[in-house]
Design a protein around this ligand. Structure first.
Ligand code: ZN
Length: 388
């Protein structure tokens, strides 16, 4: 049994919406799982002093487009997952492996999309690139699928499905609703591209009428990926559907404010989830999730602890994952971080409230320090972690 004690934590945000922020606390990790917050432990194997920095859960990027491992043809780059880890992302959820070279979006078949998802699940999704929990193998739903395709997907460990290139001429047949039902029966979450077309040029325009007819678990990039549905339809989607709503780094900033204002008016910020929608036309953005947090807290008026919950616990919950919350029994995926020299912030919550990028000193996944000392993607925080 291996135990790690993290001491000298000035601020700890749990990632659970509505949960109190812990001050001057410590965390005990046993075999990769959080076993105490606040309490001490005798003779730990390792002690990390957070040096007065803050701790938040590892970020959960709910919308990425992996291809194979660390390689993305979307921006002709390699090593992107490691860079995201250094930007604080410890879990990522594929919104479809659609950048595979040569994939004809307007000529997808049930066999092809199922095989592609299964292949992805058993390649990139089998290993953890750079230690990141990458959930790959998201099927690109296409007309003509039968229940047996969904059986195969869940048998092979594929847990996510996406409507993006689906031909909505099939909507009146009831097929999309049938897919949602088959997916739900098997614990597969369904995400749906919303708004105008993406960089592929092949996704279909999806506003309130389509989204409400399908009823997905997560309305993808409601504020633009990159083109959002009209403002009234964003509000109507929030008002009429129970779905989680996703905001991505590919966002239209104005429409994100419309989205957040509506969720705030309705006291439903627990439905807000976050992602980057990268790699893609928006680029490869290692600090994308941190930027999302700063924008929500500094411009959209979201309480910084609620913004952290959106980037962690809420996004994980919407995708059926057990990560994103720091509590006893949960995986010890966490960041130690705080203000950078020159920032007026006192702790990480202040950073987000001011719109300042925080500096990451450590990233732990299942209790293992994968980044320790300083991140390769942020400036160092003013305070230092020590390890023994
Ligand atoms: Zn996307």
């Amino acid at each position: 049994m291996a135990t790690t004690l993290i001491t000298d934590i000035a601020t700890l945000v749990t990632g659970e919406i509505g949960a109190p922020v812990h001050r001057d606390t410590q965390v005990v990790i046993t075999d990769g799982v959080v076993t105490a917050i606040g309490d001490d432990v005798a003779a730990p194997d390792h002690v990390i002093s957070a040096g007065g920095l803050s701790v938040i859960p590892g970020l959960v990027d709910g919308h990425v487009h992996p291809t194979f491992g660390e390689w993305t043809p979307a921006q002709n780059s390699i090593g992107w997952v490691r860079n995201y880890l250094h930007g604080g992302t410890t879990t990522m959820v594929s919104a479809g492996e659609l950048h595979v070279p040569g994939l004809a979006f307007d000529d997808l078949t049930p066999e092809l999309v199922t095989s592609l998802a299964v292949t992805s699940r058993h390649t990139t999704g089998r290993v953890r690139p750079s230690g990141v929990k990458a959930h790959c193998g998201t099927v690109l739903l296409t007309p003509g699928m039968s229940e047996s395709h969904f059986d195969r997907l869940i048998e092979e460990g594929c847990q996510h499905a996406k409507f993006i290139f689906y031909d909505w001429n099939h909507l009146p047949s009831g097929e999309p609703e049938q897919y949602v039902e088959w997916a739900r029966e098997r614990g597969i979450t369904v995400k749906m591209h919303s708004g105008g077309v993406s960089r592929s040029g092949s996704s279909r325009v999806a506003g309130y009428d389509l989204v409400s007819a399908v009823g997905p678990d997560v309305v993808a990039h409601i504020s633009g990926g990159p083109i959002p549905m009209p403002d009234d339809e964003i509000r109507q989607t929030i008002d009429e559907l129970p779905s989680a709503v996703e905001v991505c780094s590919s966002m239209n900033y104005r429409a994100t404010k419309v989205t957040v204002d509506r969720l705030t008016e309705r006291d439903e910020l627990h439905r807000l989830t976050l992602g980057t929608d990268t790699p893609g036309g928006t680029g490869v953005i290692p600090r994308g999730m941190l930027r999302n947090l700063g924008y929500l807290a500094s411009v959209c008026g979201v309480d910084p602890a609620v913004a952290v919950a959106a980037a962690t616990g809420s996004t994980a919950r919407a995708h059926g994952l057990d990560v994103g919350v720091l509590d006893v029994g949960r995986p010890a995926d966490l960041l130690i971080l705080g203000p950078i020299t020159g920032s007026l912030a006192e702790d990480v919550l202040d950073c987000f409230a001011l719109g300042d990028l925080p500096g990451i000193a450590a990233v732990l996944v299942d209790g293992e320090p994968l980044v320790l000392g300083r991140s390769e993607q942020t400036p160092p925080p003013t305070k230092k972690v020590t390890w023994r």
